[in-house]
Design a protein. Structure first.
Length: 160
């Protein structure tokens, strides 16, 4: 059995929560169509996951959100270049999300409320820069620390 590996020093990281706004209302108001609601959210999350590339990594997936991170490494010039690329990637997440919504709406023959109201879903990205400890539990990286808590609190304040 592999034991979790824990970094002993916090690392500078860029933390991101990519969250589908309207998820709770969407799921609750369409509980009769929960299979379609869950399928739609799953398709949207998968399309977003396909856009994640180094230096961004997925830490976890929770319901309607991807928790992403990038470890700040290398010199400042390297990080500045990566930062410029990250802006383009974040914009790409919004583009892919919007395109996937249009596809789901256009190709759905189902007239249940979940399929009809898919266009009400929105995407929000919460970004925070700070420090975190990285722990690998099996094949899954997890992050901990005050800045991780701060990011999640920001999401709760902007819940929608």
């Amino acid at each position: 059995m592999n034991r979790p590996t824990v970094e002993t020093v916090a690392q500078p990281v860029l933390l991101l929560l990519v969250d589908i706004s309207g998820y709770t209302k969407f799921m609750v108001s369409h509980e009769k169509e929960v299979r379609h609601s869950r399928m739609i959210i799953g398709e949207l999350l998968e399309s977003l996951m396909h856009q994640v590339d180094v230096p961004l990594r997925i830490s976890s997936i929770a319901g309607d959100a991807l928790f992403l991170y990038a470890i700040k490494s290398g010199d400042e010039e390297v990080w500045r270049r990566r930062g410029g690329n990250l802006v383009g990637r974040l914009l790409g997440l919004f583009r892919v999300f919007a395109e996937r919504l249009i596809e789901i709406e256009a190709y759905s023959v189902c007239k249940c409320d979940a399929c009809v109201e898919v266009g009400d879903l929105k995407l929000k990205v919460i970004v925070h820069f700070g420090e975190a400890l990285l722990t690998n539990v099996g094949d899954y990286p997890t992050l901990s620390g005050v800045d991780v808590i701060t990011l999640h609190r920001r999401q709760e304040l902007g819940a929608g």
